[in-house]
Design a binder for this molecule. Structure first.
Ligand code: NAD
Length: 419
């Protein structure tokens, strides 16, 4: 059976990169485990008068290059190992983007759909009270992730500000603009992915005009990718959420589907399109497949059925190492999560920088700076693949991205005398 534990997968990926690059074994040992892990109980008084105790986590994976940075998930299937894996990927993501931040992540095991607004606010505030000593603009900067929102970030920032006795906007990013959020943050992850799509399409000779795109996930990342890919001339023919997928060979209408998703709460009830299962969506004959939902979606079981010409990992960890190998052998380029979805953390970095300077930028300034970093990261991956190809070693985009990131984190650890 293939390994599906996300942290073990993150370690396997690091081990593979370490082998290719001949990583120092002391640096390797340091990078295989998080530096600090916090596990907390989060009691919340529910509207029925009972107290429910939720379990929460916060992980600092590596801070050699700067404060820990990473989102907070509220999800029923959250686990410490998922949080550790995501914190590791944040470390590589910030290093690949070459921004002065380390890797962190947080999560609470809960189903926010079953909480009313007061309960959600209490949970958000209590979680921050519990992990407060682990947070701070110079220590650990949090952000939204799956099922957490700008409103939740505003409550968390407010609670942290109360703890320290002054406004501390820079403790958390992804806030509404009225309370220190950055212009351009809400669609930054998808916009960053579109720059990667543009560059990768050029490299692989895929014409974006009328290119067929399938997207798994219609949330913050997938929803904006749907809207933005149209601007590149591409045609989204299929999209899904947890209730199922819709398909049209002529292309789907973003506005109509957004309205129906809002109205019915799920895509499965949208009218006028062919229905597909999530697995069928992944196996469609398209130019570009964008997994934008959860981990472990393309595995050894379905990797040989993928017909897309290129995979862009907008979600974190959607492709398992076994599937990675199969896609690589089948010459389907698969651009890794910590490159493709790094737009979110890059604009989070801009938000943090704006908060600490009290100097705010326009959306054009934000997007222009984002584009430069995304193009630079993409080039560093392609250049590293070329460098290894010249040494007669063919490596995947994921391994090239790992090598760039691990070299940067290792250099910082070495200079600081950590090994
Ligand atoms: P979200 O909560 O806004 O949306 C998640 C979407 O996935 C929802 O539409 C949900 O219905 C759908 N979904 C859940 N399970 C599914 C399944 N089995 N099949 C199909 N769809 C399913 O979350 P998001 O912020 O869009 O995050 C999605 C992914 O992108 C996650 O892996 C997240 O870590 C990653 N990511 C997001 C950001 C960001 O800025 N939002 C940044 C970096 C990475």
């Amino acid at each position: 059976m293939e390994e599906l534990n996300p942290f073990k997968i993150a370690q396997q990926q690091l081990d593979e990169a370490a082998g290719i690059m001949g990583l120092d074994r002391n640096a390797h040992a340091l990078l295989r485990e998080p530096m600090e892990t916090m596990s907390v109980s989060v009691p919340v008084k529910m509207h029925d008068g009972n107290t429910q105790v939720f379990q929460g986590f916060r992980v600092h994976y590596n801070t050699a290059r700067g404060p820990a940075k990473g989102g907070i998930r509220f999800h029923p299937q959250e686990s410490l190992d998922t949080v550790k894996a995501l914190a590791a990927w944040m470390t590589w993501k910030c290093a690949l983007a070459d921004i002065p931040l380390g890797g962190g992540k947080g999560g609470v095991i809960c189903d926010p759909k079953k909480l009313d607004n007061n309960e959600l606010e209490s949970l958000s505030r209590e979680y921050v009270r519990k992990i407060g000593k682990f947070l701070g603009p110079k220590v650990d900067v949090a952000a939204p992730d799956v099922y957490t929102t700008p409103q939740i970030m505003a409550w968390m920032m407010d609670e942290y500000s109360r703890l320290v006795g002054h406004n501390e906007f820079g403790v958390i990013t992804g806030k509404p603009v009225e309370v220190g959020g950055s212009e351009g943050r809400f669609d930054a992850t998808a916009l960053g992915a579109m720059y990667v799509l543009r560059e990768a399409a050029k490299l692989h000779g895929i014409k974006l005009k009328d290119a067929k795109v399938a997207i798994q996930g219609f949330g913050n990342a997938g929803g904006f990718a749907f809207e933005l890919s149209k601007k590149l001339g591409a045609k989204v023919v299929a999209i899904s959420d947890s209730s199922g997928a819709v398909y049209s060979s002529k292309g789907l209408d973003y506005k109509k589907l957004s309205e129906e998703k809002k109205k019915y709460g799920e895509l499965g009830k949208a009218k006028g399109y062919e229905e597909l299962s999530n697995n069928e969506l992944l196996e469609l004959d398209v130019d570009v497949l964008i997994p934008a939902a959860m981990e472990n979606q393309i595995t050894e079981d379905n990797a040989d059925k993928i017909k897309a010409k290129m995979v862009l990992e907008l979600a974190n960890g959607p492709v398992t190492p076994g599937a990675d190998k199969i896609l690589f052998e089948r010459k389907i380029p698969d651009y890794p999560d910590f490159l493709v979805n790094s737009g979110g953390v890059i604009v989070s970095y801009f938000e943090w920088a704006q908060n600490t300077q009290n100097w705010y930028w326009t959306e054009d300034e934000v997007n222009g700076r984002l584009e430069k970093i995304m193009v630079r990261s993409f080039s560093s991956v392609v250049d590293t693949q070329k460098k290894y190809a010249d040494m007669k070693k063919k490596i995947s985009p994921r391994m090239a991205a790992y090598i760039v990131a691990v070299e940067r984190v290792t250099a910082a650890m070495k200079l600081r005398g950590w090994y």
